[in-house]
Design a protein around this ligand. Structure first.
Ligand SMILES: [Zn+2]
Ligand SMILES: [Zn+2]
Length: 337
């Protein structure tokens, strides 16, 4: 087995299982360390003990690499596959199989754990045709949100990666909806991006009328394409739980329908946002939807299965879901705003 593929699959499964990021990072780091070492040289280093003494290679990662080099599926991977189940990709059935892209993902430019290229490879692995890189905006300092300058640098990187081939990368942002409902990036900058996801990340407990006004202003702002995780609730997971925010869902979703802003079905197991009753209101209002992973690590693309299952269970038709469209159609739709 290819040792890099083994290390990356282990990392993917750990991320999907939401194990500590410390663990998955060790495997990704090891993959990076041996990335440029030719196979024969790597085998030599395993045999003569040099690899074991290499900084960044621990006992566990060494055992995985040694197993793979010696032609075995590493024991660690065998055990993890048994516990966690296989990496399923394009073979999925139902609505998930119709999802062609993901409009919401993070990289190590903000609070994601891996470089853009690693996220791109993983998105391809799960069968996507396109991926929007939507790192955080400046206001979210805790997540290392991107200044306009850094975002411009990121656009150059996306151009270079797209020129190299592989999955199509679209530019984007998860822009904070500020307290007054304005967006946390200049209109000129937002204009340069393919897709704009706007989300509330602060003062989630604001009383309903004020929060409704704040969200309405963001939805009406030209360039907003997707309303991200609209209630901000957390239903499980290591960050604990958080109740959903309260706002006038009829009014906000009516504005989404009027301005053709898609309501995000956030696939993260700890978010499951919006709740079922709000999906019903958005459906009734005539909204479009996007099923997004909100991935912060490659393994999180597997969450799309969960988001698609929720959309399906709530009777959201595929034609109302913008990321079932081909990239061209999606980009054209987003540009109309
Ligand atoms: Zn967010
Ligand atoms: Zn996000």
């Amino acid at each position: 087995m290819d040792p890099i593929a083994a290390l990356e699959e282990i990392a993917f499964l750990l991320e999907r299982d939401r194990a500590s990021a410390f663990k998955s990072k060790a495997f990704r780091k090891a993959a990076g360390i041996i990335g440029d070492v030719p196979a024969a040289e790597l085998a030599e280093r395993v045999r003569d003990g040099r690899l074991k003494r290499t900084a960044g290679i621990g006992d566990t990662t060494f055992a995985v690499i040694a197993d793979a080099v010696e032609g075995r599926v590493p024991a660690y991977l065998v055990a993890l596959r048994e516990k966690s189940g296989p990496v399923s990709g394009a073979a999925s059935t139902g609505l998930r199989a119709k999802v062609r892209g993901d409009l919401h993902s993070h990289t190590d430019w903000s609070d994601g754990t891996t470089p853009i290229s690693t996220m791109a490879r993983a998105a391809e692995l799960v069968g996507l045709d396109y991926l929007v890189i939507s790192d955080h905006s400046p206001n979210l300092t805790i997540a290392n949100g991107l200044s306009a300058e850094r975002l411009l640098d990121q656009l150059d990187v996306l151009d270079r990666l797209n020129a190299d081939g592989g999955i199509r990368l679209l530019s984007g942002i998860e822009v904070d909806i500020l307290l007054d409902g304005s967006l946390d990036q200049s209109p000129e900058m937002l204009d340069r991006l393919d897709v704009v996801v706007a989300s509330v990340h602060s003062k989630l407990r604001t009383e309903s009328k004020e929060l409704t006004e704040r969200m309405l202003r963001a939805v009406r702002t030209p360039r907003t394409n997707v309303l991200g995780h609209c209630t901000g609730r957390l239903v499980e997971g290591s960050r604990g739980t958080r109740p959903q925010s309260t706002f006038d869902a009829e009014a906000v979703f009516a504005a989404c329908a009027e301005h053709d802003v898609a309501v995000e079905i956030n696939s993260r197991p700890e978010r499951q946002d919006p709740p079922d009753d709000l999906i019903a209101i958005a459906l009734e209002a005539g909204c479009r939807f996007s099923i997004d992973s909100d991935a912060h690590a490659p393994g999180h693309f597997a969450f799309l299965e969960l988001g698609a299952a929720r959309a399906e269970a709530n009777g959201v038709p595929a034609e109302r879901i913008v990321n079932t469209w081909p990239a061209e159609q999606l980009v054209e739709w987003a540009a109309q705003r």
